[in-house]
Every structure is written in structure tokens, then in C-alpha cells.
Design a protein around this ligand. Structure first.
Ligand SMILES: [Zn+2]
Length: 174
């Protein structure tokens, strides 16, 4: 079925109605709400800084998982529906052993975003080191790394909804 709120399809109807109400108010209702809640953008400016940001979270919560080889902001990721970031792992034979190379890509539009949104995306991609599927164990791991994971995901989806409707980004580079 076609939805007028594609980023929020998985949420209860009552919440979607509330969002429609906010969008009705001259289109700025969502922007006002988001900027009030998240006034500041994060300061992660480069791929190198993003790599450190990601490894720090990984070392804190997933110390025994495979190392991450590469992390970058990717301007080729088009945020359509569910792809906010990507995790790829390529298995290669190295010295007679099978070694996986892990790469995490974050959609470039989140270079200008609150820290909470970046954290949610990175936590999501890190959880894929352990769980391939979006199952219960996967989300438990996400919440373990970021207790407000689900709230941040909803707010991030509200932001995507805002962009789709109003077209304007809300956070300039810090
Ligand atoms: Zn995923």
C-alpha cells in the first residue's frame, strides 16, 4: 500500500496521525520540534574522525567482535526507505585463514546531524558485526549500546520525513 509517510510505516497509526498534524502546520512543525530537542550538530567532520568515533564505541561494547577495517561517510548512499548506513563484510583468505574485512559506511547527509542520530546509525551498523538479521537479538544489542536507540531512530525518521516534505536540512556543519 502506498504510504504518505514512507519512513514511518512501521509505527502506530496514532503516531503517524500526530506527525500529519505537525506537517500540516505550515510544514515547519517537525523542524521546530527537532531543533528544540537537538539544537546542536556533532563535530565528526572527517572519515578519520568517524573511524575513531566508531572504534571507540566498538571497543566499549563489542571488544571481541572482528576489527573494523574502514569507516566512511558515503555520498553515494541514497537514503531511500531504510538505508541510513551500510555494513559490508568481505571474506578473504589471508595466510591460509579466512579473514573478514568489515567496512561501515554512513550516508553523507549525516555529517550534518545531531550526535544522537550519528550514534544511532553507527550502533546499528556495529550490531551487524554480531547479528546479520534485524531480529530481536539485534535490537537488544543496539539498545545495550545506546539505551535511547529506538527514540533516536524515530526522531531520525522524523527528520527524513521533514526533508522529504520541506527539502531543507536542519543542521549546518558545526
Ligand atoms: Zn541493518
Amino acid at each position: 500500500m502506498h504510504s504518505d509517510l514512507p519512513y514511518l510505516r512501521a509505527y502506530p497509526q496514532a503516531l503517524q496521525d500526530q506527525v500529519r498534524g505537525l506537517l500540516g502546520e505550515g510544514g515547519s512543525g517537525l523542524a521546530v520540534l527537532l531543533l528544540r530537542k537537538y539544537p546542536q550538530a556533532h563535530g565528526v567532520r572527517t572519515d578519520k574522525a568517524l573511524y575513531h568515533y566508531t572504534t571507540e564505541l566498538k571497543n566499549r561494547y563489542l571488544r571481541n567482535a572482528d576489527a573494523i577495517n574502514k569507516v566512511l561517510f558515503d555520498n553515494k548512499i541514497h537514503v531511500v526507505r531504510n538505508a541510513l548506513g551500510l555494513h559490508t563484510s568481505v571474506s578473504r583468505v589471508q595466510g591460509g585463514k579466512l579473514a573478514a574485512k568489515h567496512e561501515i559506511r554512513v550516508a553523507a547527509m549525516f555529517k550534518q546531524a545531531p550526535d544522537e542520530f550519528l550514534r544511532m546509525i553507527v550502533v546499528h551498523e556495529l550490531a551487524h558485526l554480531r547479528e546479520r538479521e534485524h531480529n530481536k537479538a539485534f535490537y537488544q544489542l543496539c539498545v545495550h549500546m545506546e539505551p535511547a536507540y529506538h527514540q533516536y531512530e524515530l526522531d531520525l525518521r522524523l527528520y527524513l520525513t521533514h526533508i522529504e516534505r520541506a527539502g531543507e536540512r536542519l543542521w549546518a556543519a558545526a
